[in-house]
Design a protein around this ligand. Structure first.
Ligand SMILES: C[S@@+](CC[C@H](N)C(=O)[O-])C[C@H]1O[C@@H](n2cnc3c(N)ncnc32)[C@H](O)[C@@H]1O
Length: 510
């Protein structure tokens, strides 16, 4: 039987899920417990779908070893050992455990991965067997409907999401339910959708096993299951892979090129309440003769502000290889592999695609009275390391955009600013030179941006502690360097705007 059609545990037995949760916690089957048992190398090897180090670390017969072998490593474990840790009767009856080949052994029917919530919550993410970590290639399975667990993309999106309390949230393409689980912490009502009914079943298990409230689960494509309903928060880690055909539901959207991501973003605008955010991970084509930034701008729905960050670009060969490996195709017949690779490059050739960008798209529908007729759309490339979670950084980014929109240059000069926390100045130049060639301001938090400034900019930022207005600071600097204060007031607002936009300066009292 294929993995994607194997029977799943009953999702109607909340009592059994609660019993299982209790037993898992009692044995310290948590993210911290796992790290302590396995050690960092074996723990991180698991994330690369490498199980040998973890198998070696779980040769003992303690309760935690038993649970790791059952739920993460898909081993069969003798009945007596399982019974010492888990309520075997109810778990077998409701389908979490089944008899394994061999005398009196048991095995798990799904993967269960401990996952630490942002406030130290002990959660559990359920997924198909062999799919808790890594891609489908980890299980060597080509099952169309397999439901994966947590991947790098899942945690990136969870970290990016603005976590202010809201009434309603939508997780589109919920998979294992990880985004719905996060949303359940700060949204009164959570709706989770998926094209794959198996994913909805698994999401229900994830929520129950994590002790979270049930979500409104709806089957269907894109926004079809929710109609015109609007939400305060929309999140989606969609099947964004640009591929020559729909093969794996969790990653291949089945629409041409990057059409699925474009449709999602375009259709989200009218489904956002005022003040609401929509966060997407996406892939986009870099098409010959077209600026990728313009392609992305054209996706932004009317009336929404947007912040789009390209994190990585891969040429088409790297891209095809990445996803061929994800599906485990590199382990199949070499001719079949070559044919699939060829088909991928054919697809890109037809679409005149030269490279593929990967990144984050955030939309924000301005709250009533805050926005203007001209929304702000920022499209930028930032491939450097950032500090996750970034949700608060994202919220502040849009708040500063509101501030800048509402303040012309005169108002900006009358404003007061503070230097953001943990910004340092770096002077770059030849060793021994008296003056630096240029000065860089660098953030150690959030986006960890760096920006070049002139000496006035650096001096200005250094003085900003919120007490003097920007104009007064510039007048003092003008006196110090012997420059005309009127000219300085004239030329500096653009630099102040940039420093505010990028989060080096924070408007005081805004
Ligand atoms: C990359 S997985 C993301 C899973 C999960 N939300 C996460 O963050 O890890 C994409 C999910 O979208 C679902 N999906 C695929 N095509 C879809 C469509 N047209 N409409 C809605 N969901 C879809 C897949 O079944 C899969 O569960």
């Amino acid at each position: 039987m294929s993995i994607a059609s194997a029977p799943l545990p009953s999702s109607d037995r909340a009592d059994v899920a609660a019993q299982l949760r209790e037993a898992l916690l009692a044995a310290d089957f948590t993210a911290d417990g796992l790290l302590e048992l396995l050690g960092a190398p074996a723990y991180t090897a698991l994330a690369r779908s490498e199980t040998v180090p973890a198998l070696r670390a779980t040769r003992g017969d303690g309760p935690l070893e038993t649970l790791v072998r059952l739920f993460l490593l898909q081993r069969s474990v003798p009945h007596a050992r399982v019974a010492a840790v888990l309520p075997v009767g109810p778990l077998q009856e409701s389908g979490w455990l089944s008899a394994a080949d061999g005398e009196g052994a048991l095995k798990a029917t799904v993967d269960v991965r401990p996952y630490g919530g942002p406030s130290g919550e002990d959660w559990f993410i359920v997924s198909d067997l062999g799919c808790a970590v890594g891609g489908a290639g980890g299980i060597g399975s080509h099952d169309e409907g397999v439901v994966l667990g947590v991947g790098g993309a899942s945690t990136t999106l969870a970290g990016l999401t603005v976590r202010t309390p809201v009434a309603s949230a939508l997780d589109l393409g919920t998979g294992s339910g990880i985004q719905a689980l996060h949303a359940a912490q700060h949204a009164t009502r959570v709706t989770a959708t998926d094209l794959n009914p198996r994913a909805l079943h698994i999401t229900r298990l994830t929520l129950a096993l994590s002790g979270a409230p049930e979500a409104d689960l709806r089957e269907g494509s894109l926004f079809e299951p929710v109609g015109d309903q609007a939400y305060d928060l929309i999140v989606s880690n969609p099947p964004f892979v640009i591929s020559p055909g729909a093969r794996l539901t969790y990653r291949d959207g089945g629409m041409g090129g990057d059409d699925l991501c474009r449709s999602l973003v375009q259709q989200a605008g009218e489904r956002l309440n005022e003040g609401g955010y929509a966060h997407f991970l996406a892939n986009w084509q870099h098409v010959e003769g077209e600026e990728w930034t313009e392609r992305l701008r054209s996706w932004v729905p009317r009336g929404c502000d947007a912040w789009i960050v390209q994190r990585e670009v891969q040429d088409i060969t790297q891209y095809a290889e990445l996803w061929l490996r994800d599906a485990g195709d590199h382990r199949t017949d070499p001719e079949e592999y070559a044919a699939r690779y060829d088909a991928w490059l054919d697809e890109f050739e037809t679409r005149k695609t030269r490279a593929v960008g990967f990144g984050w798209i955030t939309l924000r529908k301005p709250a009533a009275g805050v926005g203007s007729a001209e929304p702000t759309v920022t499209v930028e490339e930032w491939p450097h390391p950032v500090e996750q979670p970034l949700g608060e950084t994202v919220r502040e980014f849009f708040a500063r955009q509101d501030y800048l929109r509402a303040h012309d240059d005169a108002a900006l000069l009358a404003g007061h600013f503070k230097l953001a926390d943990e910004v340092v100045q770096e002077q770059v130049g030849l060793p021994g030179a008296e003056d630096p060639e240029h000065v860089v301001l660098r953030q150690h938090r959030g986006m960890r941006r760096a920006t070049k400034v002139d000496t006035v900019g650096a001096g200005f930022a250094g003085v900003c502690d919120g007490t003097l207005s920007a104009g007064r600071i510039l007048d003092a600097i003008a006196q110090l360097v012997g420059e005309d204060p009127v000219l300085l007031r004239d030329r500096t607002p653009a630099q102040i705007r940039l420093l505010v936009e990028q989060g080096f300066l924070v408007p005081v009292g805004s």
